[in-house]
Design a protein. Structure first.
Length: 357
């Protein structure tokens, strides 16, 4: 694959790339640069973490990247997830990996690495110490949104260590590219700032889009990134997200009640699902009575957006089509957890933890 095609694929993933010139230089210098993403095992996985992550990682690997997925169990432990039980966190980590096995991620080109293995290395903790020595407490507190926290919150001491660990992760995974969500931008920029000072490199940052939650957004005067963080789907609000093992009925119920104003294309979560997930898997077929225009197929997202903006596609018809398509995409995941004995037992364990956490 030539350079321009590789750049174009990665640009489809990155809502922001810091910097594009550095990305080009990296791809020219390395045929197989290392990209990484990390995830906190903290409960059921929704489609932004499942389907969208698989789409993004597949594009990165097609562009020649070797991809490392960090199972951030110690980070989740530091962030007091799953009641602060490392054992429960690790059970959830296994469940998330089982989910990706079934949702189309090209796992031949992905390596899963557990933070609990990284922390066994003495040099890792030396890097954590060096990061903390070269960053002020104020600078670290500015990054706490990576944990879903706010600077104004009362934080545990372990949560101050977290950003220092995440910065160290980048260098101990030997990551050339940080390919995480926009909500992780601040710690990635910290790594770019500190890397050369600590004898490492300045990683390229490819920040992917964060899917909106399904609920009605609140008005806000925040900047683009802060606004996106506020609007993203949340595990703590189950109706704001489609989860990878939701039943077909649950998927349809959530989509039908979702915020989707007629003719509005901006900050419309149902259209976001179309743009970032549905059309990555092909056209969208809409079934509707002849009196409302009859059945139609949209080949591209731009066609769909135009029809929705001019009112020729009604919100209810769109919602029904999206719910049907999402259920088709989630069916392999449901079957995996129904038919694979190991996966089924892990999901059952996670479901119990969800109830008692």
């Amino acid at each position: 694959m030539d350079l321009e095609k590789r750049v174009e694929l990665i640009s489809q993933v990155g809502e922001e790339i810091v910097t594009m010139d550095e990305l080009r230089e990296l791809l020219q210098a390395k045929r197989n640069p290392i990209a990484y993403d990390g995830f906190e095992p903290s409960g059921k996985i929704h489609i932004a973490q499942g389907l969208l992550r698989a789409i993004n990682i597949n594009k990165m690997t097609r562009a020649g990247c070797r991809f490392k997925m960090l199972v951030a169990d110690w980070h989740a432990w530091a962030n007091n997830k799953m009641g602060g039980s490392l054992e429960n966190i690790q059970t959830v980590g296994k469940y998330m990996i089982e989910t990706w096995k079934a949702c189309g991620m090209d796992l031949d080109k992905v390596e899963f690495i557990w933070a609990s293995d990284l922390v066994k290395n003495e040099d890792y903790w030396k890097t954590v110490m060096q990061v903390s020595r070269h960053a002020t407490l104020k600078r670290i507190l500015r990054t706490v949104q990576i944990m879903g926290r706010k600077e104004s919150e009362v934080l545990q001491a372990s949560q101050i260590i977290y950003p220092c660990m995440q910065t160290a992760d980048i260098f101990h995974l030997r990551a050339d590219i940080c390919q995480l969500g926009m909500d992780q931008r601040k710690v990635n920029m910290l790594a770019r700032e500190l890397g050369p000072k600590l004898g490492y490199w300045k990683p390229v940052v490819v920040s992917h889009h964060m899917l909106m939650g399904l609920e009605t957004p609140t008005s806000s005067e925040k900047n683009k990134i802060e606004r996106a963080i506020d609007l993203k789907m949340s595990k703590s609000k189950p109706d704001s997200a489609i989860f990878m093992t939701d039943s077909p009925e649950e998927v349809e119920r959530k989509i039908i009640k979702a915020y989707c104003p007629e003719r509005q294309v901006n900050e419309n979560p149902v259209l976001e699902y179309c743009r970032y997930i549905v059309f990555e898997h092909g056209p969208l077929e809409v079934k509707r009575p002849q009196k409302f225009g009859g059945d139609t197929t949209f080949e591209t997202y731009k066609e769909l957006e135009k029809a929705y903006a001019d009112g020729t596609l009604h919100p209810l018809d769109l919602k029904k089509a999206v719910a049907k398509r999402l259920n088709e995409l989630l069916d392999p995941v449901r079957r995996h957890f129904e038919k694979n004995r190991n996966a089924k037992s892990i999901l059952e364990a996670v479901s119990k933890l969800e109830v008692t956490r």
